[in-house]
Design a protein around this ligand. Sequence first.
Ligand code: BG6
Ligand code: MG
Length: 217
Amino acid sequence: MIKGVIFDLDGVLVSTDELHYKAWKRLAKEIGISDFKREDNEKQRGVSRMESLQIVLDKGNKSYTEEEKEEFAERKNNYYKEMLKELDGSAVLPGALETVKLLKEKGIMTAVGSASKNAPDILEKIGLLTYMDKISSGLDTTRSKPDPEVFLVAADKLGLPPQDCLVIEDSAAGVQAAKAAGMKALGVGPYYFSLGADYEAENLAVSINWESILNEV
Ligand code: BG6
Ligand code: MG
């Protein structure tokens, strides 16, 4: 039986994906990479900041020192944080708040499991922080999805064994991480049908049979 639900953040609870894309696009242009596109950005879903940077750099043909890469990642994060200043409750994705409330009414514990180091700030800004029992983010982990670390840390913080947790994800790397953690996964978002999740829903606003998902053994 499921006793805890672990939500991915970007693309599941909040529409920050576009802001990540704009910030990477700006950096890419500045360093002479003009063909960084939306489809490249799709590959950045769920992966860490430094791995996301590598996806940008792979579009060019130059090599950079570790110091230069650190500077690029920091520059992108500053652009991203500048845009986050405008973030508020209107960025919460359809059905996300209602889902969190519904699960809490059913006595389910809630957590966030996100690669983002900005996760606590973002949750605060969009008004979801108080609905989460625990947060596991890029600040708590060293290994990136598809490694299960971020979800295992979340389960541990909730005091639940992995098999009692369900993960909600919008990325293939995140679904793989959930499986590697021994957890079931619900795939949502524009690619929900191709993530390899146990359950699928276009988004959290559509009708989802929670009774069946939560009680399946
Ligand atoms: C994930 C996003 O949630 O967080 C990735 O899907 C992003 O695209 C990653 O790279 C790291 O985010 P941040 O905020 O720490 O740069
Ligand atoms: Mg995501």
